[in-house]
Design a protein around this ligand. Structure first.
Ligand code: AGP
Length: 603
């Protein structure tokens, strides 16, 4: 995980790097650090353990010389989150930041120690600093030193390197970890992700793997790290609005992003429906040929929950059978799917190591792979046969909200695409999807936040919160539980309603809260009988469902009446807001919950 940033240009660099790091905090926040030229030929390094605010405090009133600077925000893998282990790491004049994991770190460290290098941290990164120095002492050329220094390194890395002897120069390279370049009229940025420099430029180029980027006062050059071939830079303008990456009037990114749900759905639909909204266009899939016999979704966390909804939707509207697999489990199993199956990896970030690994395995086994992601240019887009982009805009809060809405939109579109256009089910379902964003917007606009706060209070009063659901409500239940756990740290779990009797119902007693989304019209009677079973054992049940869906119950939190699947969006928003309000009441760090990081780029 971790986030890295590099800058060279005429601006005062400390302010630029600290601001860019604040946009990368979602990638990790155990410690942070910066290197910049304080005087010609003297690189100053400042590091702090804990949140970025501690580094900002430490640097108050300090500025650097225009030229190059690098910064890092860490999610600890090798070594505790102490100041010594914080990046940048230094070896003589070489100073660098790194995101990734060096797999042969131990043996490289032993070799270097034998050669007389001393280590001051427990990180794998320090090995890289010494290796680059060793090569730099031989050639005196920073680009060559990076190429040569990394020759024996195994694992994944994205690094940005500067050198005391070369102010204004910055060298970067990546393998298996993301890195993007930004250009703004002669000044350059290097970052783990675009939002880091979106404030200054939208001209972006993903750095291809194993290509060394050298930025010097004379501009940018790109060179193959193995063969030295010249690569031409190709920058493209990203459509992201810098304001999308700001908090605005909201207290947290998560809250803002929940309210951006309708926009995420609308933007994801944009250009994918015919003029009269009666057809679905997914040219990315047309290129793959006829419908596959099977689809296999691979994903983690919230993206996995979107895939579960996708399975239900695709199997309802088309004859294609669907499997949904957790990426980290899929990677280590024989793949016995039908010939011609599509393997679709869903990943907001496009950088989740397990999902990339799962897709890589599927490709090697001869399946067609498709990457569904929110980040154009991310690793998943480079390694798959087709790419489907969700268009939620930058998602900063660690808890995924609007990206989930966009993922559900896209899997729903896939279901419609695979279904028979003339069928009544497809037609009705499509019109439900078309009206979904406006209806969600209306719902969120007239939202009863008092009712949510009341429910949030009940959540905090409960020892354990159980989420249940059947059919479409099951993925919502486990997503609701995940959201609650990750930002409130309260024990919560989601179960299929029918499974309760097979064990989890033993947890039910007075004082235990059960939350039940009830938007699946087909299974509602069965869900209601599960609720009665819980109430009979003293559990308190909060239901989230359409106001007039059934004569037998009135939901604790009523949703607008809906036909079909639109309720998925409103119920998800309620579950997201419930977790959000409960976290606020609990006083946790909503946007940066403990131990988590936005992109899980390690296995
Ligand atoms: C969601 O709230 C989580 N933070 C997490 O489960 C996330 O969905 C998961 O890590 C997958 O990330 P990806 O979509 O970027 O692959």
């Amino acid at each position: 995980m971790c986030g890295i940033i590099g800058y060279t240009g005429p601006r005062e660099p400390v302010g630029v790097v600290l601001e860019a790091l604040s946009r990368l905090e979602y990638r990790g926040y155990d410690s942070s650090g910066i290197a910049f030229f304080r005087d010609k030929g003297e690189v100053a390094v400042a590091r702090a353990s804990g949140k970025l605010s501690r580094l900002v405090e430490a640097l108050e009133g300090i500025s650097g010389l225009a030229g190059s600077a690098i910064g890092h925000i860490r999610w600890a893998t090798h070594g505790a989150p102490t100041e010594e282990n914080a990046h940048p790491h230094r070896s003589g004049p070489i100073v660098l930041v790194h995101n990734g994991i060096i797999e042969n770190e131990k043996e490289l460290r032993l070799d270097l120690e034998e050669e007389g290098f001393t280590f001051t941290s427990e990180t794998d990164t320090e090995v890289l600093a010494h290796l680059v120095l060793k090569a730099f002492l031989e050639s005196g050329n920073l680009t060559d030193a990076v190429r040569k220094g990394l020759e024996k390194v195994e694992g994944s890395y994205a690094i940005a390197v500067m050198c005391e002897a070369r102010p204004g120069e910055l060298v970067a390279v990546r393998k298996g970890a993301p890195l993007v370049l930004g250009e703004a009229g002669g000044e350059f940025f290097i970052a783990s992700d675009v939002p880091a420099f979106l404030k200054w430029t939208r001209k972006v180029m993903p750095l291809p793997p194993e290509v060394v980027a050298t930025i010097s006062p004379s501009g940018l050059t790109l060179q193959g790290s193995k063969d030295g071939r010249t690569v031409s830079p190709r920058f493209e303008e990203v459509p992201w609005d810098p304001v999308q990456a700001e908090k605005g009037a909201f207290r947290h990114y998560m809250e803002k992003e929940i309210f951006e749900g309708p926009r995420a759905i609308m933007d994801t639909l944009e250009g994918r429906l015919g003029e009269d909204n009666t057809r679905v266009f997914l040219p990315e899939l047309v290129r793959l040929g006829p419908n596959p016999p099977e689809i296999v979704f691979v994903a983690c966390g919230t993206s996995y929950h979107a895939a579960l909804l996708g399975r239900r939707m695709i199997e309802s509207l088309s004859p294609v059978s669907v499997h949904v697999e957790i990426s980290s489990e899929f990677r280590y199993r024989p793949l016995r799917y039908r010939k011609g199956a599509w393997v679709i990896g869903i990943s907001q970030s496009g950088e989740t190591a397990d999902t990339l690994g799962a897709l890589d395995l599927a490709r090697r086994e001869g399946f067609l792979t498709i990457g569904m992601t929110n980040v154009a240019g991310s690793s998943i887009t480079r390694d798959t046969e087709a790419v489907l982009l969700t268009r939620a805009g930058p998602e900063i809060g660690v808890a995924s909200t609007k990206a989930f809405m966009a993922q559900v939109t896209l899997v729903w579109l896939i279901a419609l695409y695979l279904g028979r256009r003339e069928s009544r089910e497809v037609k009705e379902s499509l019109s439900g999807l078309v009206r979904a964003p406006a209806r969600l917007e209306g719902f969120l606009g007239s939202f009863d936040s008092d009712a949510i706060s009341l429910m949030a209070r009940k959540i905090l009063d409960s020892r354990f919160v159980i989420f249940i659901g059947r059919g479409l409500d099951y993925p919502l239940a486990i997503e609701g539980a995940l959201k609650l756990k990750e930002i409130t740290y309260r024990p919560a779990d989601g179960y299929p309603g029918g499974e309760l009797k097979h064990g989890p119902i033993a947890l039910v007693e007075p004082g235990v809260l059960v939350i039940a989304p009830l938007i699946d019209p087909d299974l509602r009677p069965k869900e209601l009988s599960n609720i009665r079973e819980i109430e009979a054992r003293g559990g308190t049940v909060l239901t989230i469902g359409p106001a007039r869906a059934s004569k037998e119950f009135s939901p604790s939190f009523p949703l607008p009446d809906c036909i079909g699947w639109e309720g998925v969006f409103s119920a998800s928003s309620v579950l997201q807001l419930l977790a959000y309000h409960a976290a606020n009441l609990a006083g946790t760090d909503v946007d940066q919950p403990r131990n988590l990081a936005k992109s899980v780029t390690v296995e």
